[in-house]
Design a protein around this ligand. Sequence first.
Ligand SMILES: C[S@@+](CC[C@H](N)C(=O)[O-])C[C@H]1O[C@@H](n2cnc3c(N)ncnc32)[C@H](O)[C@@H]1O
Length: 267
Amino acid sequence: MRYRDQNRRAWDRLAADNSQFTRVATDEECAQPLLTLDSRGWLPGSVRGLDVLCLASGGGWQSILYASAGANVTVVDLSPGMLRLDEREANKRRLSLRTIEASMDDLCEFSDESFDIVHQPVSTCYVPRITDTYREVARVLRNDGLYISQHKQPTSLQITDRDRKHQYILGVEYYQTDPLPPTSDTSYRENGASEYLHRWEQLVGELCRAGFVLEDLVEPSRADPKAPPGHFRHRGRFTAPYVRLKARRRRSTCSIPGTTSIWTPNT
Ligand SMILES: C[S@@+](CC[C@H](N)C(=O)[O-])C[C@H]1O[C@@H](n2cnc3c(N)ncnc32)[C@H](O)[C@@H]1O
């Protein structure tokens, strides 16, 4: 499990260096936690009393917002350094949450159907097989449970360089399965981390095959028409770096009357 060791070290370092991903929830954000987490209305009107797994979301943002909204929060992250930030913020705000050091592709700490919501920020790029994560999330979610996840888009991860005309170069093959090579354009990569490209067929197809129904899909924009070459928002004009998915766990078998069963989740 070399990818885990390497990424644990990388994220512990990023936590110690106060990377952008260690920005904790502010008082203003905690005053409107659901609106802050979810401007699109994907979450239910209230999460009070719901069991929420903040998956690979150490850093003291998502967990604090869900806890402020009254949810029973568990944070799973590979990096003890990132988890300490959640604990520090929870103590500061007298909120209660549980932190667990584990990898997203092995959630054996939890029994089946333990959660109502799984919320996962950008992080599946740190595991080689997204199917393992989807299988685990499908297992720990209750029927009709909500899975909100954000991922790096494959095209963005294929970019390695920018040429003299400020055009972006796809230097990585689409069917890359090894860890991504180091790049000169590091806009959407984390220093020292081992990252993997997941194709669309894997990001969306494997999600459906794991027993989810996709309800919505958005591409958060990072484009700024005024951004100069070299700025991450310049690159964001040419390809969207992220995709955010809203999926629902469906355990039941259903069929259209008069046809054979069309939907049989495999877990
Ligand atoms: C982009 S950060 C997300 C956290 C942040 N709170 C945010 O605002 O988006 C990605 C997180 O994934 C975690 N991570 C990396 N590999 C992981 C793995 N295999 N299992 C669980 N967490 C992992 C990192 O430690 C890091 O905290």
